[in-house]
Design a protein around this ligand. Structure first.
Ligand code: P6P
Length: 332
């Protein structure tokens, strides 16, 4: 049995910076996950279900556990001397912490929170960069807007039938399962590959009529292919990004949350949802796009910027792009 900490230390030489600082950040993300998992497992008993009666900067009602998860993760990040600052879906602005830190961390502390009260899995998503501003000074927004290709670490925690932590540092995707008896994440999914063919497709069907015509033609093509396929794909969509993504990562499947005529940028956040999930997808052999270009190459302009998001097996994404990006598959 290999613990997360042992795995990180064993592979430390592969990291951009083998001083151990980055490893300590990954270890603390594991700590934050354990704390959130503890409270989630007792949510209904600890009366932390339901709403706080607050709204966050997104104008969304803050669920009690959203607030608690953000507080727990923020505290863990503040205490890590290697973290110079963080950004959170629940925080309007960047939060400078230790000016001598070399890294910044972005996170959605509890994504899918609308599912909390009905027992559907939710998740934490994180993304890590080396700062570009001078050490010893407070971090600046530019440290967080380096773009998806500059990430040095990314991953998610899935609070489901078990608590799972999947991450990449550019050397593949590796998954761990929390063993509550030991309080340790144990390596259970080394070197994850997304299957080349899709078993599932995941999108919110009631928005179909609001999508661009080219995407509607792609969906019609997807349905037609499944009418004649020897092994048709199934629609699976629980409305929790980490849960939908994790299933498709392991079993093969397309996830998409496109933009609409009214909201061309879609709903999901580029910096702490799109970029990390896109990097994981690519590291597992899949492809990620905003419907026009590679997702990791979409420029970062604002902390809470939204993006259309398409994640899946490379061949399926190439096929989708042949509709939406007017790019013939050969040239992709
Ligand atoms: P819809 C959850 O609120 C979330 O941010 C993601 O986790 C999920 O993929 C998406 O929104 C679901 O949105 O509009 O289909 O309910």
């Amino acid at each position: 049995m290999i613990t997360l900490e042992q795995f990180i230390v064993d592979r430390q030489q592969e990291l951009a910076d083998a001083t151990g600082a980055f490893s300590k950040i990954l270890r603390d993300i594991g700590l934050g996950a354990k704390l959130i998992s503890f409270y989630l497992r007792r949510a209904s008993l600890a009366d932390v279900l339901g709403e706080l009666g607050l709204t966050n900067i997104q104008g969304e009602s803050v669920q009690k556990l959203d607030h608690l998860a953000n507080t727990l993760f923020s505290q863990v990040m503040r205490k890590n001397p290697h973290v110079a600052g963080f950004a959170s879906e629940e925080e309007e602005d960047i939060v400078p912490t230790n000016p001598n830190g070399k890294y910044v961390v972005l996170f959605d502390p509890l994504d899918g929170s609308s599912n909390i009260d009905v027992g559907v899995p939710v998740g934490t998503i994180f993304s890590i960069y080396q700062r570009v501003s001078p050490a010893g000074e407070p971090v600046q927004v530019a440290d967080f807007l380096q773009g998806g290709c500059a990430q040095v670490g990314a991953g998610y925690v899935l609070y489901g039938t078990s608590t799972l932590l999947f991450y990449t540092t550019g050397q593949g995707v590796h998954g761990f399962t929390l063993e509550p008896a030991a309080g340790e994440f144990l390596l259970t999914y080394p070197q994850v590959s997304m299957p080349a063919t899709s078993q599932y497709y995941s999108f919110n069907d009631n928005q179909l009529h609001e999508w661009e015509p080219a995407l509607q033609r792609y969906v019609a093509d997807l349905h037609a292919r499944n009418r004649t396929a020897s092994k048709p794909q199934s629609l699976r969509y629980v409305g929790s990004l980490v849960a939908d993504f994790h299933r498709n990562l392991l079993k093969g499947g397309l996830f998409m949350y496109p933009g609409t005529v009214k909201k061309p940028e879609g709903k999901l956040r580029l910096l702490y949802e799109g970029y990390p999930m896109a990097w994981l997808t690519e590291q597992a052999g899949g492809k990620a796009t905003n419907g026009k270009v590679a997702l990791l190459e979409v420029p970062a302009e604002k902390i809470h910027q939204r993006t259309p998001l398409f994640l899946g097996p490379a061949s399926e994404i190439d096929h989708l792009l042949s509709f939406t990006a007017n790019v013939s598959v050969e040239t992709l």
